[in-house]
Design a protein around this ligand. Structure first.
Ligand SMILES: Cc1ncc(COP(=O)(O)O)c(C=O)c1O
Length: 437
């Protein structure tokens, strides 16, 4: 509101006084026009590196476009798959009168089947009641629950994360307020495991650190330690008193055999480690959107397991109260019924085998396209992704010139490759790499 004074002495000051309210606003608020609204100073968050690719893919109107960014399984026609075992479990669950809240820790039978799948039916730690476990919101939710548990009950410890890793790992531990560091995992020269660097970093890390390990099908590199290397890593971590946390997002999906893919965990268990396991049924049962997973922690005894489990529930309660029911019922139906379980084993092997065969075909097509580069790593790697070695600029060229989308680290989701598009993918890769990686 403008000032109205008639005093002649103030007359000269009138323009300044009239401008005061605006001046005051300018001093307490940022200059941008947007800042005049309640959330005007909230900046756009950076796009998620993986989900941002899907947005670009959707915006591309060319019908030949290919999305090899997101890690979701597709059949040979590029279509999403609902497993027969899941369909049958849904039929059995349909019409169930049970729609109540689950307990905070989730569905009891689901949890006991999940830990058996991870540790094996006859694991001593299960018999002895040493395992604390809760149902979680898929693999991401398991990792986050553990990260919050680490913050509260392993004070001052850091988490060591492989370089490279699934990009969300950093966000999870950062948001939980846990300090993280990287350990050497992948050697670009050999496109294999940096075993010496890994062992050295285990030795150098402060005793009692948490080491985040991919149980199988390492994302994004597709490079897994051999059983003998896992044994060496286990011994090295035991010596330093580190706590291994296995992120197992792909059990069965790597080799087609759920026991073989859990070998790393079982080697560590055999060595007497206290450890954690994050399980997800997103990929191996195709239950992506159901958000169904399990977090378990192997403790020294039954008392500790009970205390840890109670604290995991105390962390979950204010975050989401209790986990979702439907997916957990499906998994339980499958794992409790031997026929359904065998059908699922067959189907998960089918998915793993299709990916393995696409690796061979992609390599063959690259060679047929005349690429002089050594593409052996594509068939040496395992799991959903091929870590191609292509640079961010090559990936950009694939998108701009060939309508093929993937993460800028050159990671190809092999689940999106099929007999119809593999030839075009190989030609395009040959074109953008033009003889060098
Ligand atoms: C290594 C790893 N951990 C965890 C996840 C989380 O998966 P979800 O939360 O869908 O179970 C993924 C998914 O891509 C992954 O690759």
């Amino acid at each position: 509101m403008a000032l109205s004074t008639s005093a002649p002495a103030l007359a000269g000051l009138r323009p300044v006084l009239n401008a005061l309210p605006a001046l005051t606003r300018a001093l307490v608020q940022p200059a941008s026009a947007a800042a005049t609204t309640l959330f005007g100073n909230v900046e756009q968050a950076p796009k998620d590196p993986i989900l941002g690719i899907t947005e670009k893919f959707l915006a591309d109107t060319n019908p030949i476009k290919m999305n090899l960014g997101v890690g979701a399984y597709r059949d040979d026609n590029g279509q999403p798959v609902v497993l027969d075992a899941v369909r049958e479990a849904e039929r059995r669950v349909a019409g169930s009168h049970f729609m109540e809240y689950l307990p905070i820790g989730g569905l009891r039978d689901f949890i006991s089947e999940s830990v058996k799948l991870a540790y094996s039916d006859d694991a001593a730690v299960l018999r002895e009641g040493q395992v604390a476990a809760v149902q979680s919101l898929s693999g991401t939710g398991s990792c986050r629950l553990f990260a919050d548990f680490q913050k509260r009950f392993m004070p001052g410890t850091k988490v060591f994360i492989p370089e490279p890793t699934w990009s969300n790992h950093f966000n999870i531990w950062r948001d939980a307020g846990v300090e993280f560091a990287k350990y050497r995992y992948y050697k670009p020269d050999t496109r294999g495991l940096d075993m010496d660097g890994f062992l050295e970093d285990i030795k150098r890390a402060p005793a009692g650190s948490v080491f985040l390990l991919h149980a199988c099908a390492h994302n994004p590199t597709g490079v897994d330690p051999t059983p003998e290397q896992w044994r060496q890593l286990s011994r090295a971590m035991l010596e330093r008193g580190h706590f291994p946390l296995f992120d197992m997002a792909y059990q069965g999906f790597a080799s087609g055999d759920c026991d073989r893919d859990a070998a790393s965990i079982r080697i560590f268990l055999g060595d007497g480690h206290r450890l954690g396991v994050s399980q997800s049924y997103a990929k191996n049962m195709g239950l992506y959107g159901q958000r169904v997973g399990c977090l378990s922690v192997v403790c020294d005894n039954k008392r500790d397991a009970s205390a840890v489990e109670s604290q995991l529930k105390a962390i979950a309660r204010p975050m989401y109260s209790n986990p979702p029911l439907h997916g957990a019922l499906l998994v339980t139906k499958i794992l409790q019924d031997n026929d359904l379980k065998q059908l699922w084993f067959k189907e998960v092997k089918g998915m793993a085998d299709r990916i393995i065969s696409m690796r061979s075909l992609l390599r063959k097509r690259l060679e047929e396209a005349g690429s002089p580069l050594p593409w052996g790593h594509i068939t040496d790697q395992i799991g959903m992704f091929a870590y191609s070695g292509m640079s961010p600029e090559m990936v950009d060229a694939l998108a701009a010139q060939h309508h093929i989308y993937m993460t800028r680290n050159g990671r190809i989701s092999m689940a999106g490759v099929n007999t119809k598009n593999v030839g075009r993918l190989a030609e395009a890769m040959h074109a953008v790499t033009s003889g060098k990686l």
